[in-house]
Design a protein around this ligand. Structure first.
Ligand code: TXA
Ligand code: MG
Length: 316
């Protein structure tokens, strides 16, 4: 299959409306979309990514008003969160409408819904006839793509169209809050922080990593995620000297240790979030074998960075 790369939202939307897969930019990471009401089109997403069929997709809508096209119920809490955080990097899990094909929710009675704030994403979604089901636009298990070239690297030749945009400003996937349970539960951390969610939802619960044999609250949690080829080593505090591997890299907020072949010092946590997945990919391209990653403070977006780092290290 030839992948068309375009800057025109309208052209990209016309491919999607014809039942094809289209990658598009969002403020979190790039997504790989298909018409959420076309089960055959959605099946192409799973095939292109090599995604397990029991991992549900998030549905993207152009405006908050359109949530009701896929969600059967929007409760009081969900309404408050929509009012405060949509459009933006927050996904809400709500009771699903029967008309949304089972393949989208992987058989679950709920559906994840998000309204991106990225101008190109909004324009693209407005041109599409229906809401757009989209996971991150990477091959399953690899770090999420934050620029169009990475999407092309992973999925070129496997998808019909790639809508080109700027690199994603946030760089980590959306925060996910399950509003189908009481009290609501945080399933994935992201740029919308727990602190800001708790201002509106004081009783918000935090889903803990599941124990062996227990079924995960969010199906995606059970898969190894965000992983580069290199081994990830987590370091708590700045370290002046690290055990030096000739092919080691380092990323963090502190002064880089001497001796790392490749290092990236981030100005703040927002920058750390934005560059992390790209750094993983660059390390792989350069044959780095070990990446030392400084764990940032467990607050704000730092929590999301820590979560991705721990998952990339293969721990839970
Ligand atoms: O920022 C984002 O959320 C990006 C952009 C493209 O919007 N999308 C994204 O999708 O990260 P994906 O598929 O890579 O991650 C979606 C996560 C998975 O862990 C999945 O299990 C969970 O959301 N999820 C989706 N629907 C769910 C549901 N009904 N209940 C619980 N978890 C759900
Ligand atoms: Mg993903």
């Amino acid at each position: 299959m030839q992948t068309l790369v375009t800057d025109r939202s309208e052209e990209a939307a016309s491919w999607l409306d014809r039942g094809e897969t289209v990658a598009f930019p969002t403020e979190t990471v790039y997504g790989l979309g298909a018409d959420a009401f076309n089960a055959k089109a959605v099946a192409k997403i799973f095939k292109a990514k090599g995604r397990p069929s029991d991992n549900p997709l998030i549905v993207h809508v152009a405006t908050p008003e359109r949530i009701s096209e896929v969600a059967a119920e929007i409760g009081e809490t969900a309404r408050m969160l929509v009012e405060r955080f949509f459009p933006g990097p927050l996904t809400l899990v709500l009771k699903k409408r029967d008309s949304v094909p089972e393949i989208v929710s992987a058989g679950l009675p709920t559906i994840g819904v998000r309204c991106p704030s990225h101008p190109v994403a909004s324009e693209f979604l407005r041109y599409c006839c229906h809401p757009v089901a989209a996971p991150s636009a990477n091959v399953s298990g690899r770090p999420s793509p934050t620029d169009w070239k990475t999407v092309y690297h992973d999925l070129g030749g496997r998808i019909a169209c790639l809508l080109r945009g700027e690199p994603s400003a946030i760089g980590l996937e959306s925060t996910i809050v399950d509003c189908s349970v009481n009290p609501p539960r945080l399933l994935r951390s992201g740029a919308v922080s727990i602190e800001s969610l708790r201002e509106l939802v004081p009783d918000l619960e935090i889903a803990t990593a599941c124990k062996p044999g227990e079924s995960p609250k969010s199906p995606g949690q059970k898969y190894r995620h965000y992983s580069p080829e290199a081994e990830i080593v987590l370091v708590e505090a700045p370290q002046e000297s690290l055990p030096l591997d000739p092919r080691a890299a380092w990323i963090g907020l502190a002064t880089p240790p001497t001796g790392a072949t490749k290092s990236l010092r981030c100005r703040d946590m927002d920058e750390y979030a934005r560059v992390l997945f790209g750094f993983f990919r660059a390390c792989d391209a350069e044959g780095i074998r070990t990446i030392y990653c400084e764990l940032p403070p467990d607050e704000g977006i730092g929590r999301a960075i820590r979560d991705r780092l721990i998952k990339a290290a293969g721990k839970n």
